[in-house]
Design a protein around this ligand. Structure first.
Ligand SMILES: *Cc1c(COP(=O)(O)O)cnc(C)c1O
Length: 459
């Protein structure tokens, strides 16, 4: 089969699983008049994505590769454990994310800590556990120095205390410019992340930092994200590779032995096609940076969005169908609380929406431009404006697609809207099975989070 035919088949299969799952969610009562919003994860799709990632890099290098899932993209313990079962690790950027990774059973050796604002206590814990750390800036490196060589660097008479098993590196920003979404562009000249490599003196500072610290063995960049072209991402990886070569030449040995190329593969939010593929990216990297794949360097990747986005959807009931100023409006239960990005920046983050009838079957019929509104009390709470869809009626459902990363797992507590339940599904010829990933938030939990235990505190 050609790869195009394969992808058509995979795409059709994913759409078919989704339709089965939506129908079953309504039939089995996961969604209904009393549960007007639910989030669903396609377990089969997630597994296939993780397998595709590993196969893509295995095809271009024999060196060890750690694929550390960026927990930020989908901070759910059962998802992390599923990815672990598929052979992935975790990239974490806060004590909370580290706690999730540990709760999922991800080993320290398969965990990378990257936050831009690590406290001394977080650094100490990471070193004690043996978790990889990428220092963001000179001040953070000084904190690592104090933990590792409190008497001064080795060249200055110090010796490392109890050598940590943590692989340590520095994050650099190749300053290649922005993609199409400013808020997500990490490699701009003034980005807040990493050591800005083109700033005066920065490159020399980095080379010296490695020369003075034999324990710095990794180099990290994360220059991709939604809206960034693969060619720009590849240039970022090329820039860190060249820096690693320069450091190794300067110290006369292969001190940098692992390059962490970050994540940031963009996702196609326009159709069921999964593009660009990991395969295309890995092949491009091999073409553009061949030396990275000749066996001298181990690799770490940190993909997030591309592993989860297309494998999640939100199913929301249409509570009311009305019209205003001649515009049909479906008032649903999915809005800003599950799709903050789309509601606040609709031009950058358009989402596909499917129309289903009250039994969860795809709704057919002529399309009518209509607004798909959420439940929150502000006018901008719209997931789509003037979207051509079969006219939605009260009791129908909308499916908000491609929301498996940075959407429903990133609840926004506007109007005290409760977090919806999240269920994984496997669809087979015999039917659809659901597994609870996260229970819906109860009103008691919601009150507790809102200071319910301290009701008298301000009296
Ligand atoms: C957010 C982030 C990632 C994941 O990015 P995606 O676009 O979700 O693939 C990886 N590494 C770092 C350091 C990040 O901040």
């Amino acid at each position: 089969m050609t790869s195009q035919a394969t992808s058509r088949t995979a795409k059709a299969a994913a759409a078919e699983r989704r339709e089965q799952a939506v129908r079953a969610a309504v039939e089995q009562g996961l969604a209904g008049p009393d549960v007007p919003i639910v989030a669903l994860l396609d377990t089969t799709g997630i597994r296939a994505g993780a397998a595709a990632l590993q196969a893509a890099f295995a095809a271009v290098t024999d060196a060890p590769v750690l694929h550390a899932f960026a927990v930020k993209a989908c901070p759910l313990v059962p998802v992390l454990r599923l990815l672990l079962a598929e052979g992935l690790g975790a990239e974490v950027a806060s004590p909370g994310e580290l706690a999730l990774a540990r709760a999922a059973g991800i080993r320290p050796a398969a965990t990378v800590l990257d936050s831009p604002a690590k406290t001394p206590a977080e650094l100490r814990e990471a070193l004690a556990l043996g978790i990889a750390v990428n220092a963001d800036n000179p001040q953070e490196l000084a904190r690592l120095d104090a933990l590792i060589c409190p008497q001064g660097l080795e060249g200055q008479g110090g010796t490392p205390i109890a050598p940590s098993t943590s692989p340590l590196g520095i994050r650099v920003n190749p300053q290649l410019g922005a993609g199409s979404i400013d808020a997500l562009s990490t490699a701009t000249a003034t980005s807040k992340f990493g050591v800005a490599l083109l700033d005066e003196g920065a490159r020399d500072w980095v080379v010296r930092a490695y020369a003075e610290r034999p324990w710095l063995t990794r180099l990290h960049t994360h220059s991709g994200s939604q809206g960034v072209a693969l060619s720009l991402m590849a240039r970022g990886v090329r820039a860190v590779y060249e820096l690693a070569e320069e450091i190794n030449a300067a110290v006369g040995r292969q001190q940098v032995d692992t390059i962490d190329i970050g994540g940031g593969l963009p996702v196609n939010f326009g159709s069921d096609e999964e593009t660009p593929t990991y395969d295309a990216y890995a092949r491009l990297l091999k073409e553009e940076v061949p030396g990275l794949f000749d066996g001298r360097y181990g690799l770490v990747t940190e993909f997030g969005r591309s592993l989860l986005a297309k494998h999640g959807l939100v199913l929301a009931r249409v509570e009311y169908a009305k019209s205003s100023g001649g515009r049909p409006i479906a008032v649903t239960h999915a809005g800003v609380q599950i799709a903050a990005r789309t509601v606040y920046a609709p031009a950058s983050w358009p989402l596909r929406i499917e129309a289903y009838d009250a039994k969860g079957r795809p709704k057919r019929g002529p399309t009518v431009a209509q607004d798909i509104a959420g439940p929150a009390c502000f006018a901008g709470d719209l997931l789509a404006e003037n979207r051509p869809l079969p006219l939605l009626d009260q009791g129908d459902y909308t499916g908000v697609l491609d929301t498996g990363a940075y959407y429903f797992a990133h609840h926004y507590s506007y109007n005290s809207l409760a977090r919806p339940g999240i269920y994984g599904f496997t669809a087979t010829a015999d039917g659809v099975e659901f597994a609870t990933v996260r229970s819906p938030q109860s009103l008691a939990d919601l009150v507790e989070e809102a200071g319910g235990a301290h009701a008298d505190a301000l009296l």
